[in-house]
Design a protein around this ligand. Structure first.
Ligand SMILES: [Zn+2]
Length: 315
């Protein structure tokens, strides 16, 4: 049997046919065009699901269920998206609307939680019952597993770890507060910090790359320049990793997870990110060396973790 997993994001809608082991056997995606209204986006979503099934040549009767991951507060019981800051969805009955087209069980979940479910089933935290996923991308997303289950809070709005303040009266955040984790440790924040540093030291390796390369400045360029000995890139990363460690130490002190798993584009830096991060984190967690320390690792379910996690949803 197979499932359909959908990652309905602010930029793209991606749908996959996924087998029982969490392997994607067919994939299709379209731009979300989120400036459109809810009904138009749902119509595209229905067509995309039909398209990916047809493309896979898997028979409809072999599709067991459909799972959809979305950014925002998801009421799993009523299959509604209560609120999303990236999509025009307010009390949007996504599950009921899809049910009109597809006679299969339909499940909804927050997208970061879907990524955590994928890590738990076929990624870096397979078999781990207590872990926190920190996804570093445009913002910072979080998925918290407690006793082998996603923690959602009483109102399904939990795990917004990106909006934990780590710097009082710090950088302005998109949520309206100042000094949020996301305002210092997202990929967006890293690029902003690098651009600011380059204003005063444009002759560094990183500065030369930015001037000569056709590609815009990204996290990969900063890690590469740092590993080649560029002092400016190293300083940018030291500051970035320091702030990242503050947020992660807060999470560890509250949850004491067995593993903190880092996902999103920045996690592709692997040990170049993890090694200095471990030093910072292990030097700051409460209780020091007296109790076992959580492991720090990067996500391994891949870019399509959101689709895999959505396909694995059960209730
Ligand atoms: Zn915030």
């Amino acid at each position: 049997m197979f499932s359909i997993g959908v990652d309905l994001g602010g930029t793209n809608i991606a749908a996959g046919v996924v087998d029982k082991s969490g392997k994607i056997v067919q994939l299709a995606s379209i731009p979300t065009q989120r400036e459109r209204n809810y009904a138009e986006i749902i119509r595209d979503l229905v067509e995309l699901i039909q398209h990916v099934i047809n493309k896979s040549s898997i028979h409809w009767s072999d599709i067991q269920k459909i799972g959809v991951g979305l950014p925002g507060v998801v009421d799993k019981k009523n299959k509604e998206v209560i609120y999303s800051c990236n999509l025009p969805f307010r009390y949007a009955p996504v599950g009921r609307d899809l049910k009109q087209f597809f006679d299969k069980p339909i499940y909804l979940e927050n997208d970061a939680n879907c990524a955590a479910i994928a890590e738990h089933n076929c990624g870096s935290t397979q078999g781990v019952y207590h872990f926190v996923l920190v996804t570093i991308g445009t913002g910072i997303g979080g998925g918290i597993f407690i006793d082998g289950r996603i923690y959602s809070g009483f109102n399904a709005a939990a795990s917004e770890i990106g909006h934990m303040v780590i710097h009082s009266m710090g950088e302005k955040c998109s949520c309206g507060r100042e000094g949020c984790f996301e305002a210092y440790s997202s990929a967006t924040a890293l690029i902003r910090q690098a651009k600011k540093a380059l204003e005063s030291q444009n002759d560094s390796i990183l500065g030369q790359r930015v001037r000569s390369k056709e590609n815009p400045l990204d996290a990969k360029m900063i890690f590469e320049a740092a590993s080649e000995g560029d002092g400016l890139a190293q300083k940018i990363l030291r500051d970035f990793i320091y702030h990242l460690s503050v947020g992660i130490v807060n999470l560890i002190n509250i949850f004491q997870p067995e593993v903190v798993v880092i996902g999103g584009g920045v996690s592709k830096a692997g040990e170049d990110l993890l090694e200095p991060l471990r030093k910072q984190v292990y030097g700051s967690i409460y209780s020091g060396d007296f109790i076992p320390k959580p492991k720090l690792t990067v996500a391994s379910a891949g870019n399509d973790a959101g689709i895999i996690g959505a396909a694995l949803l059960e209730k």
